[in-house]
Design a protein around this ligand. Structure first.
Ligand code: SF4
Ligand code: SF4
Length: 364
């Protein structure tokens, strides 16, 4: 039987240990030759915002260092890019510790500024999709997600990490189009995956995030490294491993497409027969059921963003990025128009001060 994923226990951020584990995984999955001498390889970490490594918001620099060490041994030329949800790429790289790794290992920075428009009638939702041109400028993409819970999508793993290929404020437009529909949003993610298809995906779950992810949750020692050439399959297996209480919309949609055949759902590695205990704590807004009439139901009862005024610095990041233009600064306070709010939780994701929580709110 050929396993399609490698799940390994790893309890510390030591590049050599991580690189050894990655090499074992590549060998076990027959991926050793996937990157060849001279290949131009784009690394895509999670750099959603400028946060220090111990907060578990971004891919840890020692994981990127380990991957770069392995790829340097293959003779690849390395590049690294992202389109952060908030802030400049340079600032995110400095704060996350990745810039130092890039200097040490001669990795070239690639801001996702230039765009490429893809017209693809086979796409599930995004028949016209604008992605960062970088998605097509390199021989290989290596996806380096962080293990996190996510207020809207349940988890943020390998497929979700590719949303960073949507340049800048175009992300907000997709949030606006998907609105409350987590399954529509999942299908957009799968369209992005089909266009980018990373050569392999290596997930940093040594310290993951639980609770109010993907930026406001709590770091959690998960001691997991996970590798696969198949991002939806990796996500499915990692969700099972962390004890996520239900199939996330992404895994449900991947399953509906036949992308998770039973015979492929096997992993090897030191963590393959284990599970996270106790199970990961999901984000509060993540398990809203969907059913006919949900729109009205959601408008009335769905958890909504609430500003914690004592934490708010009135920086207006949330106002500037709210895709529904539902937020305003009025008399020194952030005010949310819940009639306009689509509950995408971008404001929670992007608030640099953790001032947006997701809470119950009966009413509009
Ligand atoms: S809620 Fe957060 S993002 Fe919005 S103004 Fe306050 S501190 Fe800034
Ligand atoms: S207020 Fe927050 S949750 Fe509501 S639409 Fe704006 S960014 Fe999304």
């Amino acid at each position: 039987m050929q396993e399609h994923a490698y799940l390994a226990l790893c309890s510390e951020y030591k590049a050599k240990t991580i690189a050894d584990s990655l090499r074992q995984g590549l060998s076990a999955l027959n991926l050793e030759g996937a990157v060849k001498r001279g290949d131009r390889v784009l690394l895509k970490p999670n750099l959603v915002m400028a946060k220090t490594p111990e907060l578990a918001v971004t891919t840890h620099p020692e994981v990127v260092r380990a991957v770069a060490m392995v790829l340097n041994d293959c003779g690849a030329k390395l590049y690294l890019g992202d389109s952060p949800g908030f802030g400049s790429l340079e600032r995110c790289l400095e704060k996350s510790g990745l810039m130092a790794v890039m200097r040490d290992l001669d990795i070239t920075m690639v801001p996702f500024i230039e765009e490429a428009v893809i017209l693809e009638s086979e796409n599930l939702v995004a028949k016209k999709l604008t992605l960062a041109a970088a998605a097509f400028d390199y021989d290989k993409i290596i996806n380096l997600p962080k293990l996190k819970t996510h207020s809207m999508m349940g988890t943020s793993l390998a497929v979700k990490n590719l949303f960073g290929f949507i340049p800048g404020l175009r992300k907000a437009k997709w949030h606006l189009r998907a609105g409350h529909d987590r399954h529509l949003f999942a299908r957009v993610m799968l369209d992005i995956y089909r266009q980018t298809v990373p050569t392999w995906n290596f997930l940093d779950g040594i310290v993951g995030m639980e609770g109010e992810g993907p930026t406001g949750g709590t770091p959690r020692d998960c001691c997991l490294l996970a590798l696969s050439a198949d991002a939806p399959l990796l996500d499915y297996l990692v969700e099972k491993w962390i004890g996520y209480p239900e199939l996330t919309p992404l895994s449900q949609e991947a399953h509906n497409l036949g992308w998770l055949p039973e015979e492929n759902l096997y992993a090897c590695g030191s963590a393959a027969l284990k599970q996270l205990s106790p199970a990961i704590k999901p984000a509060k807004g993540a398990n809203q059921a969907t059913f006919p009439g949900q729109r009205l139901w959601r408008r009335i009862f769905i958890r909504r963003p609430v500003i914690t005024r004592s934490r708010c610095h009135r920086c207006k990041v949330c106002v500037e990025h709210c895709p529904a233009h539902a937020m305003k600064l009025v008399d020194g306070k952030i005010v949310i128009d819940y009639k306009r709010c689509i509950r995408c939780y971008c404001c929670q994701e992007l608030c640099p001060y953790g001032a947006v929580r997701v809470g119950y709110g009966v009413g509009r």
